[in-house]
Ligand binder design. Sequence first.
Ligand code: NAD
Length: 327
Amino acid sequence: MDKHQAEKRLKELRLLLEDYGYHYYVLDTPKVPDSEYDRLMNELLQLEADYPDLVTEDSPSVRIGGPPAPSFKKVAHRVPMMSLSNAFNEEDLRAFDRRVRQAVGEHVSYVCELKFDGLAVSLTYENGKLVRGATRGDGTIGEDITNNLRTVPAIPLRLKQPYSIEVRGEAYMPKASFERLNEAKEQAGEEKFANPRNAAAGSLRQLDPKIAAKRNLSLFAYSIGEVEGKNVQTHFDSLMFLKELGFKVNEEAAKCETIEDVIAYTEKWSERRHELPYEIDGVVVKVNSLADHEKLGFTAKSPRWATAFKFPAEEVLTVLRDIELNV
Ligand code: NAD
């Protein structure tokens, strides 16, 4: 493809991704499967890497999430809520590991966590008391959904120790609650939610907290934005600390000493994801040492100390299984 063709294709891709992003992040009703969005985003990233002078400031490749809806009060995140770089196969994971070791040395170890398919939220506690809950929004400005988040039973309203802390986690709808909700919607002749992620996001971005209260939502806490008066050295220790404070922390989080262990973890959960009572769309791999996080830093959009391994798209898997079975 020559530069002129690349410019034309980039324009098309940006328009498509903007439109899909708007439906996904703002309206909570995706137009296409995630795999299609990811495929187009990868094509965009590749073209921008081939023609760096064609990168624009407003390209979907440099944007996080979507803008906050005008119906909610806006919340500025003191520490930005970023996106994650993606890995789609073993080679991408090995390349991530090489980049990390080049930057911080050979001693590195990782924490693997499930990538819950819900909505990223920020919870601010002052002296142990929940004072604010917000969506990620565009990473810098989110929506104030405190009253909705207060209805989620897994979110402590008061911590077990009176810390002032900003906690991040994934709000989600368990599969069973999602199925019940869609059955009820069908009986009422209402439009069903596309998936549990959209159902969770749609429930939390309602103005009436009674709706969120009825939706059986839950939350896994997965990181600390900032904390006063507590010194934590590793990501794994932050998870343990969050648990001590009273948060629900996912039991499958595991320390992995090498990239081989990380790959084994992604393979295990790629096979077993359907056994879980909630949806996951991959595995998040994070460098364990927080001092290494400092050294690695961030790109415009995501930390260099983490990556999200995405499972192969389900629809592709179904086709492959059908081919294998000759049906
Ligand atoms: P992301 O999927 O790249 O990853 C970042 C998010 O992972 C965080 O914000 C957090 O919410 C989540 N997460 C879950 N478990 C986590 C854990 N254990 N630790 C840390 N974070 C965890 O997020 P993004 O930037 O919102 O992503 C883009 C993705 O959204 C795309 O890859 C695509 O699949 C999907 N998308 C789909 C459409 C569509 O039209 N179908 C449109 C836009 C985006």
